[in-house]
Design a protein around this ligand. Structure first.
Ligand code: DAH
Length: 371
């Protein structure tokens, strides 16, 4: 047996017996490292005559190759064993009972937005969206609120320091109404959309948060009148609150982007809740004894100026619009009394008021069933 065969045999035994990866690494250095014994043999090839090299090189190369192969094989074996061991400790026992409460829930705001989309889809409305970082032209000017308009000051707007492309200011949109203009410009008329989303105002107390949610509605067509608006709102509110007993009161109001403008109130009764607290129950005329009116939303016939700003001819196209607070709607329907809790991310609140992802609102199964 040649020296090389002896070395190969010894190496393969030692490699097979290596206890762990660091022992294996020590062997690799010993044989194949810069100062390693096999590396030393390879270096001697350079000093040989061509004839001698031709004779001895194959055995030395073969030795190097066999040791390298043995090292790789043993390393793979060790890594596979390690993985096996880890997998064995990480098994899941599928015979264990499922956790009692599934984790995670759908936030009431998301649920209500889905309910609204479902109801309005049935009335032929598509869902439109617009950016939350908005240009003051869309948020104000095109909605008939020029630079000096007092309504601008009432919006407690968050402005950015940067200038808008059209020379005005960039801001966080204060309402979803700019989506009216954007959609009219992008899609023309006729149009039937709702636009749900986040809006921002510098305001904070139990009923106001700096970020909240609105939903905008817009219908543009020929010969649209206030009757269409009232029917649409009544139909929507009856479906949303799942009761026929919804009485609306339309009050004259003012918004720069609608003319005429109406504020819509809904009648409610005051009841003594089980917890002793007084609660508002929707239904009936607010004028009955023990009843009242609650302001629900702003609406009106779209101002001619807005239709013009959006590039349509107001003599041909008319429409109505409305805007309402989604968070308030959720509070009313599901009985929360502090808006701030909506955005605290408290898992106890979420598991109490949240919805199961399986509780998809559909018109046939009901848009309000709480799991
Ligand atoms: N944008 C108004 C606000 O945030 C709400 C509103 C009122 C929207 C009347 C409308 C409307 O579309 O017609 O206060």
């Amino acid at each position: 047996m040649s020296d090389h065969q002896l070395t190969a045999q010894e190496a393969s035994t030692r490699i097979a017996e290596a206890a762990d990866l660091s022992a294996l690494e020590a062997l690799r250095v010993e044989y194949l490292g810069k100062q390693g014994s096999i590396s030393g043999l390879l270096k001697t090839l350079g000093k040989m005559s061509p004839e001698e090299r031709q004779e001895k090189a194959p055995a030395i190369q073969a030795l190097r190759q066999s040791v390298a192969d043995a090292l790789t094989a043993r390393k793979d074996e060790m890594e596979a064993a390690e993985l096996e061991a880890r997998l064995a400790t990480e098994t899941i026992d599928l015979t264990l009972p499922a956790p009692q409460a599934p984790k995670g829930s759908v936030h009431p705001v998301s649920q209500v937005m889905d309910e609204l989309a479902e109801i309005f889809a049935d009335l032929g409305f598509a869902v439109a969206t617009g950016p939350e970082i908005e240009d003051d032209w869309y948020n104000f000017t095109a909605l008939n609120m020029p630079e000096s308009h007092p309504a601008r000051a009432m919006h407690d707007t968050f402005y950015f320091p940067d200038a808008a492309p059209k020379g005005g200011k960039m801001l966080l949109r204060t309402h979803t109404s700019p989506v009216q203009v954007r959609t009219m410009m992008a899609e023309g008329a006729p149009l039937r959309i709702i636009a749900p989303g986040r809006v921002y105002r510098s305001d904070s107390d139990a009923t106001h948060t700096p970020m909240f949610h609105q939903i905008e509605g817009l219908v543009i067509d020929r010969d649209i009148h206030l009757g269409h608006l009232k029917w649409t709102l009544e139909t929507f509110l009856k479906a949303f609150f799942e009761t026929e007993d919804i009485v609306l009161r339309l009050r004259p109001s003012y918004f720069p982007f609608t003319e005429p403008s109406v504020e819509v109130d809904v009648g409610f009764a005051i009841e003594n809740g089980q917890d002793g607290k007084l609660r508002r129950i929707l239904g009936g005329s607010g004028d009955e004894p023990g009843h009242g009116w609650m302001e629900l939303l702003g609406s009106g016939m779209v101002n001619r100026r807005v239709i013009e700003f959006a590039g349509l001819d107001p003599d041909e196209w008319q429409g109505f619009a409305f805007g309402l607070g989604v968070d308030r709607l959720a509070m009313l329907k599901y009985g929360m009394d502090d808006l701030r809790a909506f955005f605290d991310g408290d898992s106890r609140w979420l598991s109490h008021y949240g919805f199961s992802p399986f509780d998809q609102p559909t018109l046939s199964a009901g848009v309000g069933a709480k799991a």
